[in-house]
Design a protein around this ligand. Structure first.
Ligand code: DX5
Ligand code: ZN
Length: 217
């Protein structure tokens, strides 16, 4: 069954813990935690103390941390200590990619690698064997609520066939513009095993009902 990772970027920060509890109780598999540094992307979000607080409030939750930051290698240790379960960073970042993956794995976290819509999917291939997760961006990262770019579907298909060829099974996740009535089924059909959704979950009138819609796909 396809997993759902609601992105708290679109949550109500005045009741972040309660909103996370609500999506997990409704059947979400994990919490997607978007970290932005105002440099790798032109926006700032939240960071270590917020993750630490959520980890304390939700000790059993799986935190799917997405680092949209210029130098992930400098921070992976602190994000693991703050409660990350899986840490994803970008192939476009400045850190050494192989060294960053190795550092995340040495911290007992799953390592994830992401790519922007303009980046060819083959840029991930040298690292695929060491990844727990690949995160295909359906939008240029930085903001929630943007329209899905269909080029993500072709990337998912290529990743699925390359993983099949190698006999490996990393999660294939897709992030940005994922809506249960429209783009989510196309992503699943193209090979996505994890759907990241921010506004489609947290801006819904009934958050739990939105989670159930995704989980019924
Ligand atoms: C975008 C973030 C996403 C964002 C998705 O930079 O990485 O996780 O929250 O938001 P929606 O689902 O609204 O496109
Ligand atoms: Zn994200």
């Amino acid at each position: 069954m396809t997993k759902l990772s609601p992105s708290v970027l679109s949550a109500d920060f005045a009741k972040l813990g309660a909103d996370c509890r609500a999506v997990l109780d409704a059947g979400a598999d994990m919490i997607h935690f978007d970290v932005m540094d105002g440099h790798f992307v032109n926006n700032l979000s939240f960071g270590l103390p917020v993750l630490e607080g959520l980890r304390k409030a939700l000790p059993d939750a799986f935190f799917d941390v997405h680092l949209m930051i210029t130098d992930p290698l400098a921070y992976v240790g602190e994000f693991a200590a703050a409660g990350a379960s899986c840490i994803t960073f970008h192939v476009e970042a400045n850190s050494d990619i192989a060294a960053t993956i190795a550092a995340i794995r040495a911290l007992d976290c799953g390592a994830g690698l992401s790519l922007n819509p303009v980046t060819p999917v083959e840029s991930l291939f040298p690292y695929l064997d060491d990844l727990a997760l690949v995160l295909v961006m359906g939008v240029t990262p930085g903001h929630g609520g943007q329209p899905f770019q269909p080029s993500a579907l072709e990337k998912l298909r290529k990743l699925r066939s390359e993983c099949q060829r190698r006999g490996i099974h990393p999660d294939l996740s897709v992030d940005g513009g994922v809506k249960y009535a429209t783009t989510a089924p196309l992503c699943v059909e193209a090979g996505a095993t994890v759907l990241v959704a921010g506004s489609a979950v947290f801006c819904a009138e009934d958050i739990a009902a939105a989670v159930r819609e995704f989980k019924s796909l």
